[in-house]
Design a protein around this ligand. Structure first.
Ligand code: HEM
Ligand code: NAG
Ligand code: NAG
Ligand code: NAG
Ligand code: NAG
Ligand code: NAG
Length: 325
């Protein structure tokens, strides 16, 4: 058998195993609102589509928001809660510069409340919206499993649990593994960086005074390093400056993997995937075969969406996404 076919077979096997596990772990169901609120998904899709046509930054922001929500206390919409006088919420924690599309989810929730009050959780709305932004950007489609509850706790300091853009492969694998996600999930979900933008602060350390022996991270392609240094000079006074994460930043495609193989990953954590034997072969297979990437991304998004912990005993369906009932 050709090595390429072997790769496909292996990934298929991993996919089958992972689907099995996720179905067993969480009692989520694609048909969850079919009787109680059949219009929910259509309302979310229309709201997200309308917002994205007014502001093209919305799709990337919603995709990232879902990732952050699921990595902290599971997918429980903890990221949507506002701070209160006695509690600084996740929303206002350190990497808050680009997670700004909360109003879209709040909007969809308000419209759904008018039709089926107190039925559809904010965590489910965010999961549906994350699928919608991928599909509408040219990526895959998949049935979203639903039935999550909204959590009641959100703490700014817990954003420290998110993986850092300076993580190496071992640290990335570990960060995903503690949430039940495999190396394949790590590589597939990192493909979310096919959409969107980063501020200089997230990769500045790769460009100037990188180590005692070299100013620039040697894994960056030389031409690309020069571009990044021009955008983000050593004494950067423009807090809005930054770089698109892939050269086709509004199109959901496999270009991200091709760029990483050329040394054009924006974050150290992107580039690390090409430098380590455990992940490089998967990066190569996704760069070669976009359909394979799409199938595996969809499967890994379902697993990401099945991470539950926060709401097990104490969850609710919020009336407004920005505050507990
Ligand atoms: C593997 C570990 C990951 C790390 C270290 C990481 C880190 C980052 C950082 C530092 C930014 C830029 C923030 C800024 O400066 O504005 C970013 C943006 C983004 N991330 Fe990730 N990320 C990871 C995984 C993911 C995953 C799993 C997804 C979704 C499936 C995702 C989706 C995005 C998107 C769409 C953006 C662009 C946001 C925008 O344009 O506003 N990331 N990520
Ligand atoms: C569409 O989006 C714009 C801007 O976000 C908003 O003002 C308008 O009310 C929305 N229309 C509908 C029908 O949702
Ligand atoms: C972002 O987080 C910082 C703390 O890290 C906080 O001071 C700031 O108010 C937050 N910004 C927004 C827009 O929430
Ligand atoms: C986070 O903040 C809470 C108070 O909001 C505190 O109880 C907790 O110990 C802090 N955790 C860490 C890891 O700093
Ligand atoms: C990854 O980073 C950790 C923490 O900095 C370090 O202990 C480890 O040696 C690094 N692993 C590799 C393979 O570079
Ligand atoms: C580079 O970093 C070293 C320590 O890591 C520091 O001593 C030195 O001042 C830095 N140089 C510049 C130009 O920032």
């Amino acid at each position: 058998m050709e090595p390429h076919h072997l790769t496909v077979l292996l990934l298929l096997l991993m996919f089958m195993i992972s689907t099995q596990i996720s179905i067993n772990n969480a009692a989520l169901d694609a048909a969850y609102y079919d009787q109680t609120c059949p219009q929910a998904e259509k309302i979310v899709a229309e709201t997200v589509f309308n917002a994205s046509s007014h502001d093209p930054k919305v799709p990337a922001r919603i995709l990232r928001m879902f990732f952050h929500d699921c990595f902290i206390r599971g997918c429980d919409a903890s990221i949507l809660l506002d701070s209160t006088p006695s509690n600084k919420a996740e929303k206002d924690g350190p990497p808050n510069v680009s997670v700004r599309a909360f109003y879209v989810i709040d909007d969809a929730k308000a419209k759904i409340e008018q039709i089926c009050p107190h039925i559809v959780s904010c965590a489910d709305i965010l999961a549906i919206a994350a699928r919608d932004v991928v599909t509408m950007s040219g990526g895959p489609n998949w049935p979203v499993h639903k039935g999550r509850k909204d959590g009641r706790i959100s703490k700014a300091n817990e954003t420290a649990q998110l993986p850092s853009p300076q993580f190496n492969t071992t640290q990335l694998i570990q960060s995903f593994a503690v949430r039940g996600l495999t190396i394949k999930d790590l590589v597939a979900l990192s493909g979310g960086h096919t959409l969107g933008f980063s501020h200089c602060s997230s990769f500045q350390a790769r460009l100037h005074n990188f180590s005692s022996t070299t100013n620039v991270d040697p894994t960056i392609n030389t031409d690309f390093a020069n571009i990044l240094k021009r955008v983000c000079p050593q004494h950067n006074h423009n807090a809005n400056a930054g770089q698109f994460l892939d050269s086709t930043a509004s199109q959901f495609d496999n270009n991200y993997y091709k760029q990483v193989l050329m040394g054009k990953g924006v974050f150290g954590s992107d580039q690390a995937l090409a430098s380590d034997g455990r992940t490089r072969w998967i990066v190569e297979s996704f760069a070669r075969d976009e359909d394979l990437f799409f199938r595996e991304f969809a499967a890994s998004m379902v697993k990401l969406g099945n991470i539950v912990s926060g709401w097990d005993n104490n969850g609710e369906v919020r009336l407004r996404c920005s505050s507990v009932n």
